[in-house]
Design a protein around this ligand. Structure first.
Ligand code: SF4
Length: 257
């Protein structure tokens, strides 16, 4: 069967304007089988010690890198790993602890308010329910989906910037907004891959299908991907050009003596 790459013969300049063909269930199965083979048990790169610290770490990671969050939370979570301890720490000290993370003032206020809500309304337990999670300050659908997936093993897909790009670029789940991509992925990802799909797609977008210049030559799903403007292997440094004359002898080549 011809692969998506083989079917795509149009020149790159015009190709990007074409509507990419939809993924079939079989192609989606193969797509995730390739990602699963490469990394059978993908994990979040955020550090956490329990569902509560995961909730805090994910909330802090909005518009920040996991690396920057881990740098701040590693020392913090050694001493502060429950909502009660977070309340005891207080907003000023929390702000100081996370000041290297973008939007830290707002995030500190939200983390403290969330800790208070968890203690007062949920017996200090992180709720295993998307709707309820979204009532916590600073917790949106994406954060709730990550917590449900990572802490509770629910087959949710939290669409971040990487997944949004991969879903659209590959043709796996095109959508104008994150919700469309999330809904598309829920429909197309085979059930047995739903649990890990979130991490496979994030890691793929973070390290291979990167924003500026995707690493298509290194990509295990390149034959299935519908992206018409795939990057190519950089050409090896050309050897000095040697033009041949009519005689078949190389022009400019040293004469035989
Ligand atoms: S890296 Fe290239 S081939 Fe792989 S999914 Fe991204 S655009 Fe497609």
């Amino acid at each position: 069967m011809a692969t998506a790459r083989q079917k795509s013969k149009a020149p790159a300049k015009t190709a990007s304007k074409r509507k990419v063909p939809r993924f079939s269930k079989e192609d989606a199965e193969e797509f995730f089988a390739c990602l699963a083979k490469q990394d059978p048990s993908p994990k979040t790169e955020l550090q956490y010690v329990n569902p509560y610290t995961l909730l805090v770490a994910v909330a802090l990671s909005a518009q920040a890198t996991d690396k920057s969050v881990n740098k701040a939370t590693e020392p913090l979570f050694k001493h502060v790993d429950t909502p009660e301890k977070m309340i005891a720490l207080g907003e000023d000290k929390l702000r100081e602890a996370i000041k290297t993370i973008g939007l830290y003032r707002t995030k500190a206020a939200n983390v403290i308010a969330t800790a208070k809500m968890l203690v007062e309304n949920f017996n200090s337990v992180v709720p295993r329910d998307r709707e309820i999670l979204q009532t916590l300050p600073g917790v949106g659908r994406k954060t709730a989906n990550v917590v449900l997936n990572v802490a509770f093993g629910e087959p949710t897909i939290a669409v971040d910037t990487h997944i949004f790009r991969v879903g659209n670029r590959t043709g796996l789940a095109p959508g104008k907004n994150v919700r469309e991509v999330e809904d598309g992925l829920e429909k197309i990802v085979p059930e047995k891959y739903l649990q890990h799909a979130h991490h496979w797609l994030i890691l793929h977008g973070r390290y291979i299908c990167v924003a500026r210049s995707p690493r298509c030559p290194d990509c295990v799903v390149a034959d299935l991907c519908r992206y018409p403007d795939k990057t190519k292997e950089p050409e090896k440094e050309a050897a000095p050009s040697v033009l041949k004359g009519k005689s078949g002898k190389a022009k400019g080549a040293p004469r035989a003596r």
